[in-house]
Design a protein around this ligand. Sequence first.
Ligand code: NAP
Length: 228
Amino acid sequence: MAQQTALVLGASRGLGLALAEEWLTRGWHVIATVRTSSSDLAKLSNRFPGKLDIETMEINQVETIRALRKRLDGHSVDVLFVNAGIARVVPESPASASERDFLDMMLTNAFSPVRAVELLRDLVPAGGTIAIMSSELGSIENATGSWQLYSSSKAALNMLMKGYAAKHPSDGHALLLVAPGWVRTEMGGGDALLSIEESIPLVVDMIESNRGRTGLRYVDRFNKQLPW
Ligand SMILES: NC(=O)c1ccc[n+]([C@@H]2O[C@H](COP(=O)([O-])OP(=O)(O)OC[C@H]3O[C@@H](n4cnc5c(N)ncnc54)[C@H](OP(=O)(O)O)[C@@H]3O)[C@@H](O)[C@H]2O)c1
């Protein structure tokens, strides 16, 4: 099989860094983005010489996405994975949270990822995959009230991708909203149930098993569909 390429947006640390490492370990070429720099990603680049390209982009600054698209002219990617995300005011509700924190999550977790997909989708040929990191917490049906405001931003992401899928029915892409489980990262915290190693290899397996299956699915790391 020809060299496969993954483009991971938001790969400086945590799950995005682990996605880049997992694909590199599997022999893929990876284009990974950071906002400024990442010593961990630089170390990966030394471990996999010539296999990792590090690019910059800030998902909320559209000109950085357009510039990235221009730099990637002539490239094609088998998997575009939008991982960047934030969690703010986790225990709070609209009664107590700052409006700014809520709006920042809606922008970073919902609006900007789907805008990035719109601007980069032509890098992915038919048969390729576009994935965005959603969350189990994005399910409206399963909502318990925990991480209420963050959950709302992931539900909004899911809704925006529903609209995206409806508007681009003929792209020939597998479209995945990914729920990786609750994982010990800076965002997930030390009490999270899973190590990164218990989540990300399964996420990559799941993406592989959806190759060529067009249409939008909201799935966990075991490829189980989640209720919207
Ligand atoms: N950990 C979990 O349990 C869990 C569960 C479900 C879903 N998720 C989702 O998985 C994704 C990764 O989470 P994580 O746990 O790895 O979090 P993390 O350790 O906090 O890492 C977040 C990543 O997103 C990047 N990022 C944040 N804002 C950005 C922006 N405006 N532009 C570009 N990059 C930005 C960060 O870059 P910087 O280093 O520059 O800040 C970092 O690479 C997120 O979408 C999160 O919502 C996580």
